[in-house]
Every structure is written in structure tokens, then in C-alpha cells.
Design a protein around this ligand. Structure first.
Ligand SMILES: Cc1cc2nc3c(=O)[nH]c(=O)nc-3n(C[C@H](O)[C@H](O)[C@H](O)COP(=O)(O)OP(=O)(O)OC[C@H]3O[C@@H](n4cnc5c(N)ncnc54)[C@H](O)[C@@H]3O)c2cc1C
Length: 481
């Protein structure tokens, strides 16, 4: 239903129902002057933010069902400032979530073997923010473990010191030098390669859900900034899963599901979009403004004006499986099982117990498989390295993951922060100065539309940017008042 009061309002099509599309639609719709009539468009037949989440029956037959977010939607204080403010504004309840990470190095000779029978126990276990003393894996020799633990702690301290006191090289447009990559920075800081390969990359690649090689090509600033901001900060998850965020952001917004956008064509007096619907019909429609809250590869294919720029942004596909097959993590469970290995911490406000969740990281030196233990024995595996028992799979999904590189960082900043002169840039650099966000009535939003790791915070920041550019006050942004 269109808003009858808004006949003079500008029509805005927001494309995509991930966090970025939902937040953008919400912000424009709640404009106190009612200047925007928002239509939210999604090619799937359901809202995508929690489309793959799994409902877990409660242990208590009368208790409420809980949701396992697939993929994970965790966030941490410090880094997710705007996401947390938005959740607070919407009244979304979230809780602290401590994690226990186990690190398992798959032996070289087994790296290509796809059987779980040879998986060793973990070489180390680490508690997020040192919230508890981690268990010593029973499968390791104690002296060997002590040496490894001291080594890992010393390397961690040195890495942390570097993050806070030694900044990565910024890009130099005079010389055509791009910003420093993570690989270059770690080598320049003399962070030992053994620590990088066995601890740092498995941990960070489980956040970025990409291969070690792809992660090493990230701008160092992304990882350093993430570390600085999340250092000693709590992790959180939405108590009832992100499915409870959707209705709050959608309230009052016109929603069209099953609409697959195919073309975005700027015109003198607005933007024409072409799309197909599930019944096979092809339609075109005119809007005053269009916000593409989709991944950069999709935006590039829909809107030719950004094609050359956005094709410089790398993407990959990530598989996530919710299941109950414990065969991969059995060695870890066996090595760390003791009454003290999982601590039930009383939440400071006293309203509920916080159960530490375990995340098992199995690394073959190239890729890290992350297995996240959820309540009621549900496991969520990202980047599976070993085949899972099909009869134990609850849900399996693939996601496009937007990656970062020094070049893509330059391109993204040129679109969202201002024009960059082409003089002296490397020949491979796409036309970075040609199109800027909002040109031709088209805006971009998404986890990748900011200068940082591609996470939910980028979704909210980019949605706020669209709103601010269109003169809409962001109700949770206390810096604008
Ligand atoms: C495995 C995994 C784990 C993650 N864990 C975390 C985490 O713990 N914390 C965190 O902060 N972030 C995490 N992230 C990152 C975070 O999930 C993403 O950054 C975020 O979801 C991106 O949201 P978005 O709105 O930008 O895009 P998307 O969620 O990709 O939304 C794009 C939307 O556009 C729609 N669309 C695409 N093409 C069309 C078309 N032609 N017509 C109409 N609609 C179209 C899609 O269907 C989709 O709904 C994780 C990501 C993955 C893959």
C-alpha cells in the first residue's frame, strides 16, 4: 500500500533486503517530513537477512524457540558503534557472547585427505578477551604445550603492540603507491610466519570467511583498525537472532518479493529500472531515486556506469552448513572435555546465564574451516574442508563474500569519499574518479560500502550515509544533533 499522504514525495526503490537495504529503507521511510516513498525490492521470495537462520527447539518443552543465525551475525563493542546504536534505538535485545577458540593444524600429509579419522586434537585453545583460563588440550605433550603457549602469547603481544603503535603505510597518490597489504605489514613488523600461519590467519579468516591468501591481500589498515577497536571488547549476539530485527526495520515500508532487477537506466528526470517477476513477466518502472544495496558484482552488472570501478572489487563464495555431524570436531571435544572447560558465567545484570560457545578452527595452511557449536548440539560450519553426513545436514547455503584489497579500497574510497586524481596511479587502476555515490540518482549501500572490513557495521554506516545525503536525520546518530 502506498502512503496516501506522500503523493509529492520522491519515489525511491531500495534493492536488496540484507542489513544494508533494510536499514536504508527504514531510514528513508521514517523521514519526519515524509519526503520519500520507499519501495523495497528483493529477488528472493523472502527477506534475506535471516533467510538461512535455523530455528532450534528449546530444551525446555515450554520454553521459547531459539534461533541460530546462519551465517553468524556476531558483533563487538568498539567496532560496531553504529550497529549497536541502531539496535538500541530499535529496542533489539542482545547479549554478551564469550567464545572459546580451538586451533587445530591439519598435518601436511593430510591436507588433501578428506577423511575426518586423521584429524588431530587442537594444539591450543584461546578464550576471547581472556574471560576464562582456557583448557590445556589433553592430546598435547605438556612441555610442548607450554613452549607453544609462551610463544603464541609473546607473538600476540608483539602483534597487539604493532597494531596500536605502528600504522600501516597509507596510499601515496603522488607516487602511485597503493596502501600496504596485510602480508607486507606482517613481514615488515617481523611477526613470525609460524604464528601468522597457525594463529593469526585462522582467527581473522574466520571473521572474513575467506582463504589465507585472500586475507593477506587485504589492506593492512582493515585488520589493524578492527584489532584496535575490538581489543578487550565484548562480543555480542542478538538474543532472539537477527530475525527479530527484520520486522522492526520493515515497519510501514512497501515490500516486493520475487522481483529480480535486471537493469538500472538513469534518465533526465529519474531512474528507470527493469525487472522480471516470478511469473516470468518483464516490467520497467520509473523511480526518482534508486539505492542498490547489493554486492558490487551485482551492482556492476545492473548499472553499467559503475562497471569498470566495481569490477576491481574481489568477491568469493562461502559455504555455510548447519548440521549435527560431530565427526570433524570429535578430536577437539575429546581433547578439551573436562568439567572446567566450559564455564557458565553469570551475566552481570543477573538476568540469565551466559554459556560460552566454542568455535573450532581447523586450518590446512590455505583455508580455515570454522565449526561453531550452538545450543542443542547444532553446529554451523563455514568453509567445510571435510564432507559431512548428508543425513545430519539441516541447512546449507552459499553466500557471496566481498573481499578487500589495496586497489579495491582506493576504488571504494573514490566512490564514497571524493574524487581521486588519476595522475601517477598504476595503469591497472580502473577509472576511479568517474562515478560517485548519488550521481544520476543512483546510490550504493552494503557491508562493502565503507573503508573497513566487510561486516554489518558497513551496512549501517552506508545506509546512514544515503539518508544523510538525502537530508534525512538518522535518529540514532547523536553526532548529527
Ligand atoms: C559466512 C559469513 C559469516 C559472517 N559473519 C558475520 C558476523 O559474524 N558479523 C558481521 O558483522 N558480519 C558477518 N558477515 C558479513 C555480513 O553478513 C555481510 O557483510 C552483510 O550481511 C552484507 O549485507 P548487505 O546488505 O550488504 O548485502 P546482502 O546481505 O548480500 O544483501 C544483498 C541483497 O540483494 C538481493 N539482490 C541481489 N541481486 C538482486 C537483484 N538483481 N534484484 C533484487 N534483489 C537482489 C539479494 O537477494 C540480497 O537480499 C558474515 C558473512 C558471511 C558470508
Amino acid at each position: 500500500m502506498k502512503n496516501p499522504q506522500s503523493s509529492h514525495a520522491k519515489t525511491v526503490a531500495v534493492v536488496g533486503t540484507g542489513m544494508a537495504g533494510l536499514a536504508t529503507a527504514h531510514l528513508l521511510h521514517q523521514d519526519s517530513q515524509k519526503r520519500y516513498q520507499v519501495t523495497l525490492i528483493e529477488k528472493r521470495d523472502q527477506i534475506s537477512l535471516s533467510a538461512e537462520s535455523v530455528q532450534i527447539p528449546s530444551r525446555d518443552s515450554n520454553g521459547p524457540a531459539v534461533w541460530a543465525d546462519v551465517p553468524m551475525r556476531a558483533f563487538a563493542g568498539g567496532f560496531y558503534r553504529n550497529l549497536i546504536r541502531m539496535y538500541d534505538y530499535l529496542g533489539v535485545k542482545y547479549r554478551e557472547q564469550p567464545f572459546l577458540f580451538s586451533f587445530t593444524r591439519l598435518p601436511k600429509r593430510q591436507q588433501s585427505v578428506s577423511t575426518t579419522s586423521c584429524i588431530p586434537g587442537p594444539q591450543m585453545v584461546y578464550a576471547s578477551n581472556f574471560h576464562q583460563i582456557p583448557p590445556i588440550p589433553r592430546t598435547t605433550n605438556l612441555i610442548h604445550w607450554c613452549v607453544e603457549a609462551v610463544y603464541a602469547v609473546l607473538c600476540y603481544l608483539w602483534f597487539t603492540f604493532c597494531c596500536f603503535f605502528i600504522s600501516p603505510y597509507a596510499e601515496n597518490l603522488q607516487t602511485g603507491q597503493l596502501s600496504e597489504s596485510l602480508d607486507h605489514y606482517l613481514r615488515r613488523m617481523w611477526i613470525p610466519q609460524y604464528y601468522v600461519a597457525n594463529y593469526l590467519l585462522p582467527l581473522i579468516s574466520s571473521v572474513c570467511t575467506c582463504s589465507h591468501h585472500e586475507l593477506l591481500n587485504f589492506p593492512a589498515s582493515d585488520v589493524i583498525e578492527y584489532k584496535r577497536r575490538t581489543h578487550l571488547q565484548q562480543h555480542f549476539v542478538v538474543t532472539a537472532g537477527v530475525q527479530c530485527v527484520q520486522p522492526k526495520l520493515l515497519e510501514g515500508v512497501e515490500l516486493r518479493l520475487g522481483v529480480n532487477l535486471t537493469h538500472v537506466i538513469p534518465q533526465d528526470n529519474g531512474v528507470q529500472i527493469k525487472y522480471s517477476t516470478e511469473d516470468g513477466k518483464h516490467t520497467s518502472e520509473h523511480f526518482d531515486l534508486v539505492v542498490l544495496a547489493v554486492s558490487p558484482d551485482i551492482a556492476a552488472s545492473l548499472f553499467p556506469a559503475v562497471n569498470s570501478q566495481l569490477s576491481a572489487i574481489p568477491t568469493t563464495t562461502v559455504e555455510t552448513v548447519a548440521h549435527t555431524d560431530k565427526s570433524t570436531i570429535r578430536p577437539m571435544l575429546h581433547a578439551t572435555a573436562s568439567p572446567n572447560s566450559i564455564k557458565c558465567a553469570k551475566e552481570s545484570r543477573g538476568s540469565y546465564n551466559l554459556l560460552t560457545q566454542r568455535i573450532h578452527l581447523l586450518s590446512n595452511g590455505t583455508i580455515t574451516e570454522a565449526v561453531h557449536e550452538q545450543t542443542n548440539s547444532i553446529l554451523v560450519t563455514t568453509n567445510p574442508l571435510f564432507p559431512l553426513d548428508k543425513s545430519k545436514i539441516i541447512r546449507s547455503a552459499s553466500f557471496v563474500r566481498v573481499l578487500r584489497s589495496p586497489l579495491s579500497r582506493l576504488v571504494v574510497n573514490s566512490i564514497f569519499q571524493g574524487r581521486v586524481e588519476r595522475t601517477n596511479l598504476p595503469k591497472s587502476t580502473p577509472v576511479v574518479s568517474s562515478w560517485r555515490n548519488g550521481d544520476n540518482g543512483v546510490y550504493l549501500a552494503g557491508g562493502w560500502c565503507w573503508d573497513g572490513m566487510v561486516l554489518l557495521e558497513g551496512c549501517v554506516v552506508s545506509a546512514m550515509r544515503v539518508a544523510t545525503d538525502l537530508g534525512v536525520v538518522v535518529p540514532w546518530d547523536d553526532t548529527s544533533s
